[in-house]
Design a protein around this ligand. Structure first.
Ligand SMILES: [Zn+2]
Length: 301
């Protein structure tokens, strides 16, 4: 009846081959941390306070369920203050960031002599299985020296998490709305491209990626055939690939068994309509429908 398709996109944007969100990568960087940092003696017995969702409650001892929750909270805290951080370490049990102005390549003229020692560290506790802030500097002294790049930490992954419920309801949720949502939540403006990637990642999380959809198609059709006796599936492969285990297909056709049975009761006319598949892999999707005696539409193939 229908082939799998990627998420629809009603806006004219061609997906670029590589993404440059800047800080999406989790590459650990070794860096020595200077400055005054309040550090808690880290024992499991210390009183812990679960993050209540407010920015003022982020401090030493605050605990989070997951690493992503820590990242989201610190990104929100930073974006609302118009400051940005850079990643120092990201491992299964630690996440460490510091003020972007401490990057050796940060243009010193933008600092106006201010030295910022903001940094934080969160670790996953073995006993409680929670993420806990174990180092926290209260304030930045750089005064928004990175103002024009303040959306740096609001990555497409952050955006995907933010808009996930909306994309689940509407896969083609408009990029313009996403940008407004991000501005409302984080107080920063993100590019069209970053918002678009955020929607793509949210769509991947809901529906699977373009790659997994195509990869899963043979298994899907085999299950459809098992559960719907009489179902017809026909694959057409390019010459030379018929017997190889990894083969591209040229066409695939299927018709549900119950629909074939029901067609006997329909008016003897088939209507065919088609659409172009958008997304990473182009293609066409054709669909045949019939009409019942009551003028209801019955999908056939
Ligand atoms: Zn700073």
């Amino acid at each position: 009846m229908s082939a799998c398709s990627g998420p629809t996109d009603d806006e004219p944007y061609a997906p670029p081959t590589s993404e440059s969100d800047g800080s999406d990568s989790d590459v650990p960087v070794n860096h020595h941390v200077h400055g005054e940092i309040r550090e808690e003696i880290d024992t499991e017995a210390e009183p812990q306070q679960r993050w209540d969702g407010t920015l003022d409650s982020i401090r030493i001892g605050t605990t989070f369920k997951t690493k992503e929750d820590v990242q989201r909270a610190v990104t929100l805290w930073s974006a609302r203050r118009s400051v940005t951080y850079r990643l120092l370490e990201s491992r299964p049990h630690t996440w460490v960031v510091e003020c972007i102005t401490r990057d050796p390549s940060f243009p010193q003229e933008r600092l106006h002599g201010a030295y910022c020692n903001w940094s934080m560290r969160a670790s996953k506790k073995v006993l409680s299985n929670k993420w806990k802030i174990v180092k926290w500097v209260d304030e930045h002294r750089c005064g928004g020296a990175n103002a024009e790049n303040v959306d740096r930490n609001v990555t497409s992954r952050e955006i995907a998490a933010l808009i996930f419920p909306k994309v689940r309801d509407d896969p083609s949720y408009k990029v313009a709305f996403i940008r407004t949502d991000v501005h409302t939540e984080y107080g920063v403006r993100v590019s069209y491209k970053k918002a678009w990637h955020g929607r793509r990642k949210a769509n991947d999380a809901v529906y699977g990626s373009w790659e997994t959809n195509f990869r899963d198609l043979p298994r899907y059709l085999s299950t459809v055939r098992q559960l719907n006796p009489g179902t017809v599936v026909q694959w057409k492969f390019p010459p030379g690939y018929a017997h190889s285990s990894r083969r591209p297909f040229k066409y695939v056709f299927w018709a549900f068994g119950p629909s074939i049975q029901a067609y006997k009761e329909c008016r003897p006319v088939l209507s065919v309509d088609g659409t172009f598949l958008r997304g990473a892999y182009k293609g066409k999707l054709l669909m045949a429908v019939a009409k019942t005696a009551n003028n209801n539409i019955l999908p056939i193939a």
